[in-house]
Design a binder for this molecule. Sequence first.
Ligand SMILES: Cc1cc2nc3c(=O)[nH]c(=O)nc-3n(C[C@H](O)[C@H](O)[C@H](O)COP(=O)(O)OP(=O)(O)OC[C@H]3O[C@@H](n4cnc5c(N)ncnc54)[C@H](O)[C@@H]3O)c2cc1C
Ligand code: HEM
Length: 511
Amino acid sequence: MKTFAVEEVAQHNKPGDLWIIVDANVYDVSKFAQLHPGGVGVLTTKSVAGQDATQAFYGLHRAEVLQRPQYARLKIGQVQGQEPIIQASPSDNSQVPYAEPTWLSAGYYSPYYTESHRRFQKEVRKFFMEVVYPDAVKCEENGKRISQEVVDKLCENNILAMRLGKGKHLEGRTLMGGIIQPEEFDHFHELIINFELGRLGTRGYVDGLLAGNVIGLPPVLNFGSPEIKNKVVPEVLSGKKFICLAISEAFAGSDVSGLQTTAERDGDFWVINGTKKWITNGMFADYFTVACRTDGAYTVVLVPRSDEVETKAIKTAYSATAGTAYVTFDNARVPVQNTLGKVGNGMQVILSNFNHERWMIICTALSAQRRIVEECLKWSNQRVAFGKPLNAQAVIRSKLASMIARVEAGQNWLETITHQMNNMSYNEQSDKIAGTIALLKQFVTKTGRETAEDATQIFGGRGITATGMGKLVENFHRTSPYDAILGGAEDVMGDLGVRQAIRKMPKNARL
Ligand SMILES: Cc1cc2nc3c(=O)[nH]c(=O)nc-3n(C[C@H](O)[C@H](O)[C@H](O)COP(=O)(O)OP(=O)(O)OC[C@H]3O[C@@H](n4cnc5c(N)ncnc54)[C@H](O)[C@@H]3O)c2cc1C
Ligand code: HEM
């Protein structure tokens, strides 16, 4: 690495011969100045040209700008006797207070996580930052579905299988290159995957990263015939085929029982007719796990894509990378063997999915919320207004206090629930924690929207600008209402939790 004295850098201070220092690194911006999105003028001013422009730079750009290859190559060396101090690798855990959950903060303890989780988290963070993040940023912007290359790597590491939770489907699989054994895998490992996904700050892609598999495949795994399971599960978990869950309709959202799609028997076939709305990954799904009406009851049927199945994109406020679809079944014929569970037992199949889906949404929503807390702590520290950093203002610190308290409360509640999931049977979970999961989902989505509002104020104009400094805040502010609706609307969640508590009121309870 070439080194330069500060005095030498200072010689290069005019258009055509222009160097600057950012975080002890020397950049030759002589040619780049003409292309600079912020203009030439700002680079040739006296306080910047040939000078240490670190503070000015970080007041206006995200650190990742200098990591983009086209800008990284402007670096020609380092200042003699100085070392860069800005955290370089996005794969490292953040040192900013509250940016990581307590268990990942140096010097803190947790009763839930072991060495296995720590090892796993390091690998998963690295994988998500190096392999997934560049694809997430691209797809979030251009609306294309997740690239097959990333899907293949997710499958190589068995991340799609791990996202279904612990269980038999992990047997014999090599998890993250063998860093943990399938029998070690528990819901905290799964939480780690969801957290790394949520913190990418690209909400459309969070669903685009095959949320349809996470909610559409369990009914096949738990209720499909051996023939169906043996065919479909390996196809989906190897990333060769995609699946989605199709319950909601224009006629039925919160009130699932209002669904109108029908499955009628014709010999050994079901004939499916109807429409489904807001189906995540529906645009590129090969299989649809469809809730249907059959003779006054409900039955879930696995419907493969065919000419009788049409998918149309729904234009949502988040990125089309999620593949949200309006699905029409027009006399789609499906063998009766594709029934998932017993005929007429569809409501049980549908309900069996909800706790895990809601828990997953809580994980990704909470880690996205925490990422916003980190963004605000950093920004309010580096943005100078009225001659002081923003965090010198009591009103800003008060907003930060509320944000921190909200995310920490959600995290602690989530970890308690995850611990119960690790220790309870499926039936115990339905009985004891379905209501609590619903209440936590309501809490995390309500607090998420409060944090989105506070963060937007703290970031000012940048908080509503889709690129640059505030891009994560803008994405979160635009998309945090999603988690308050999909997987069960917020008010319905709160009501469900309280109704479950009321059912459990002891008969002898009196004031
Ligand atoms: C982006 C996106 C992706 C989705 N992905 C899928 C998917 O993959 N598969 C799938 O099947 N579905 C999916 N959904 C559908 C989702 O589950 C429903 O939108 C959700 O259940 C709410 O239904 P609804 O939108 O019809 O609202 P409605 O049921 O019409 O409710 C409207 C409002 O009324 C309130 N409300 C309704 N009933 C009550 C009540 N009893 N008490 C108090 N308040 C009430 C709700 O809080 C809600 O805010 C998705 C939705 C979105 C937006
Ligand atoms: C190697 C050095 C630099 C590179 C590679 C660079 C790159 C960029 C890029 C990519 C943008 C677009 C916004 C974004 O993506 O964040 C931008 C905007 C900008 N840059 Fe730079 N820049 C550099 C140095 C500087 C310096 C030293 C200043 C001095 C003040 C500056 C001032 C600005 C301004 C004012 C904007 C517009 C910001 C806004 O719209 O809010 N840049 N720069």
